[in-house]
Design a protein. Sequence first.
Lengths: 111, 112
Amino acid sequence: DSGVTQTPKHLITATGQRVTLRCSPRSGDLSVYWYQQSLDQGLQFLIQYYNGEERAKGNILERFSAQQFPDLHSELNLSSLELGDSALYFCASSFRGNEQFFGPGTRLTVL
Amino acid sequence: EDQVTQSPEALRLQEGESSSLNCSYTVSGLRGLFWYRQDPGKGPEFLFTLYSAGEEKEKERLKATLTKKESFLHITAPKPEDSATYLCAVQGAAGTASKLTFGTGTRLQVTL
């Protein structure tokens, strides 16, 4: 158990819908990262937050957004969902920005 | 742009048959090279961090080494429970971001 929690574990929704994925980092970690893992592309970095502020963006679509709250939990919002958004979404956290510890993931299926 | 290439894509070993997984990388200033283990449908599990060429880390049957261009994950006398996908990732020194760039992994199967 890494200490990072993610909810929900599974999410099934339809195209065009909007969903919110939630992540709680390990106790004491200030950085939260979101990654997408699909079968054909491996793990891709989406976005990083540090202590409530956006620190870096990867290839995150404009339909996706995230935020980190004062209690350091983070939410990833995915809107206007398409079939191709089906993937595993992982959250990771770190203290000093080196080792990242991953949560169990949210499996998103868009029908 | 940071890049990571892992080989082989898949590896099948018999129990006790040692081997090595390769991770080649290009990065503008290496802050760290990371190895993770991932079981199907689970999150990556942190194994090692290597920071500079010549560094080695060991954990049970696994040993990671680092050169200026590549890293190896040596598996000595593997057991079936070592079956998993092994992921390599790099963290570059550019800017303040500490994102990881991952390879696509080596899928290891260890049979009796």
